[in-house]
Write a protein that binds this ligand. Structure first.
Ligand code: NDP
Length: 276
């Protein structure tokens, strides 16, 4: 299975489809990530807050896959905003992952109420200079947060990882990001299973037309929109299904019909008001 790559604004490349491990229980993580690697995933998306970096690291180490064929993302948690705490948080994540560097380090949430994300971003710039993160980016940043980084710092984030799925397609933020050269990664790409995305007519009809599952249609919609997508599954069968999305193309009519499902409906927290 060859997953295409996207070139980021710093020249590094990222596999367009990866494996997310939010809510993968720590004792299960090594086994589940090992199964994902066996299924062909080479891009793993974790976070300090998920509590499962050790399991991810063990799975990577025992896989025998060369480090340069793997793409690893982790994220700085909200309690670690600030200069020294960000540097310490990166070191702690690298220790848990058993890696010398990650491919991508993200600020998990802006937490505008704390007003420290600009300072934290400068620390990530230093971590990139130090070689601990090949690329740096943000997550859950709105346009106004990105504008502040642009006004007050020298580095444009390589990535903004945001909630994005057909019911919450974030067209304004995507247009802004395209203009700035920021790649968008879709979290909750399947809507986290929180409502019946797969039963929507536009998705179900495309699935039937192509002889694929509704989940595969949704992932294909992300890919054909140029988005990076990181579905999570604890099931080996669904892991295989979710990476088997390079053998068909949705038509323009099908893409437009799925675009029409946007309800501006978040399943997760609003970054402007989140206080966890
Ligand atoms: P997803 O949209 O990937 O949905 C995961 C859910 O869908 C699980 O319940 C899974 O169940 C189910 N599922 C997976 N594949 C299929 C399938 N083929 N058919 C039917 N159901 C399926 O949600 P996530 O929240 O996990 O998002 C993906 C990743 O994004 C996370 O794992 C994490 O890495 C990242 N993320 C980042 C956030 C951020 O703030 N930056 C926030 C949330 C997520 P099962 O496991 O049983 O297959």
């Amino acid at each position: 299975m060859t997953v295409p790559t996207i070139t980021l604004n710093d020249g590094n490349t990222i596999p367009q489809l990866g494996f997310g491990v939010f809510k993968v229980e720590p004792p299960e993580t090594e086994r589940i990530v090992s199964e994902a690697l066996e299924a062909g995933y080479r891009h793993v998306d974790t976070a300090a807050a998920y509590g499962n970096e050790e399991g991810v690291g063990r799975a990577l180490a025992t896989s025998g896959i060369p480090r340069d064929e793997l793409f690893v993302t982790t994220k700085l948690w909200n309690s670690e905003h600030g200069t020294q705490s960000a540097i310490d948080a990166m070191d702690a994540s690298l220790e848990r992952l058993g890696l010398e560097s990650v491919n991508l380090y993200l600020i998990h949430w802006p937490r505008p109420d704390m007003d420290r994300y600009v300072e934290t971003w400068r620390a990530l710039e230093q971590l990139k200079t130090d070689g601990k993160a090949a690329s740096i980016g943000v997550s859950n940043f709105h346009v106004n947060h990105l504008d502040r980084l642009s006004d007050e710092t020298d580095t444009v984030p390589a990535v903004n990882q945001i909630e994005l799925h057909p019911a919450f397609s974030q067209t304004a933020l995507r247009t802004y990001a395209r203009g700035k050269g920021i790649a968008i990664e879709s979290w909750g790409p399947l809507g986290q299973g929180k409502y019946d995305l797969f039963g929507r007519e536009a998705i179900a009809m495309a699935a039937e037309a192509h002889g694929v599952t509704p989940a595969q249609v949704v992932l294909r919609w992300h890919l054909q929109n140029g988005l990076i997508v990181i579905p999570k599954s604890s099931s080996a069968q669904r892991m295989a299904e979710n990476i088997d999305v390079f053998g068909f193309d949705l038509t323009d009519v099908e893409m437009t019909a799925i675009d029409g499902l946007d309800e501006g409906r978040r399943v997760g927290a609003d970054p402007d008001t989140a206080t966890f």
